[in-house]
Write a protein that binds this ligand. Sequence first.
Ligand SMILES: NC(=O)c1ccc[n+]([C@@H]2O[C@H](COP(=O)([O-])OP(=O)(O)OC[C@H]3O[C@@H](n4cnc5c(N)ncnc54)[C@H](O)[C@@H]3O)[C@@H](O)[C@H]2O)c1
Ligand SMILES: [Zn+2]
Length: 398
Amino acid sequence: MGLLPAPASPDLMDRHDFDIPITFKHRVIFTRDAFAVANSGLADILCEGGGRRVLVFLEETVAAAWKALPEQIHTYFEKPDLDFRGVKIFAGGEASKADEFLIHEIWKEIDQSHIDRHSYVLAIGGGAFLDAVGYAVATAHRGVRLVRFPTTTLSQDDSGVGVKNAINAFGKKNWIGSFSVPFAVINDFKLLESQDPESSVSGLIEAVKVALVKDGEFFKWIEANVTALAQLVREPFEECIKRSALLHARHIALGGDPFETGSSRPLDFGHWAAHKMEALTNYQLSHAEAVAIGLALDTIYSQKIGFLSKENAERIIKVLQELGLKTYHPALDWTDAKGNRRVLAGLDEFREHLGGELTVLLLSDLGKGVDVHEFNISLLEQSIEQLREMWELADFSS
Ligand SMILES: NC(=O)c1ccc[n+]([C@@H]2O[C@H](COP(=O)([O-])OP(=O)(O)OC[C@H]3O[C@@H](n4cnc5c(N)ncnc54)[C@H](O)[C@@H]3O)[C@@H](O)[C@H]2O)c1
Ligand SMILES: [Zn+2]
């Protein structure tokens, strides 16, 4: 006898939903000279995880600035209980995120060194290098343990303590990537000393950003210490990085949406325009420079729509200026063949990247944000004009 014909009733969908609970430990460490033999912090962390094999990827610029570092790493790992597989040096910077070249190189090294899911990959470099290496490590064997060593101000006070990695594609920032909690993040303040002074200071923009959206007292502290920060006085500089990194980490761990499944992204304040301007300028504008402009734009716009007081908007712009950050770039005024400002396409791209409806955080106070879902384009254009006028005035007076 053949099978009876199946009834075509939707009631027969046999559905079972499972909640899959999973927690991660996010270890964020601040230290100086992590590879000094006397500093056992890193070795302790690796022992905590129980794995033994270690492979290190080091950004070329950092290797050039710290010539003894590869040798120091070798010496550090001369321990009987660790199986050290060497230091591999690759170029970093935004170019390392531009295509898949570095990803394939990292996969090859991981394979050849027999790194398994219980082994460790250490990545030492700036935010772009860590983003690219992090993506390769997150996808090799579906995820190997990653220990990040951010080496720029921006990567120590923000991206390094995050749980994302990415490379660029289709002319868009961070189009390919994944969410993946690193095994540990080690912020070694010593490594920052080889940055040029401009990058050292400009990376503090993410500290200003997180202060503005999360912690008004921290913003006031930055304001009170702005001269010392601009001069890179060690104590406030390192405190600023630490407070910023911890605010970012706390938001990720306790904010309720670590893998950004919703549409609200407070840590991306000022970033819709920033990401678009980085792409428009073919990455001639660094992430930090672009975020300073994007943050200034959304601050002025927050004032124009009546959310933020004029006094507070002025205080924010003054802090940016005193940190030596520019609040305008001509890319804000570049238009397409139809005469539309090209930067405005950043709003659509931002929405698409997030999924769901457009959600952009604006400021209602120092340390307090509010999500909006649409923009008044005319007021946004007026905000750009105001930034341009301020820039022209400053330019003529200097
Ligand atoms: N994953 C995230 O959550 C996240 C968050 C924010 C930003 N980012 C990404 O981070 C990147 C920006 O990072 P960045 O500001 O560190 O820039 P970067 O990595 O491009 O580094 C800037 C320059 O500094 C050099 N450098 C790095 N460390 C150095 C050191 N110690 N001494 C001297 N030179 C050094 C690099 O070679 C590069 O030329 C962007 O691609 C951005 O999209 C990612
Ligand atoms: Zn950023």
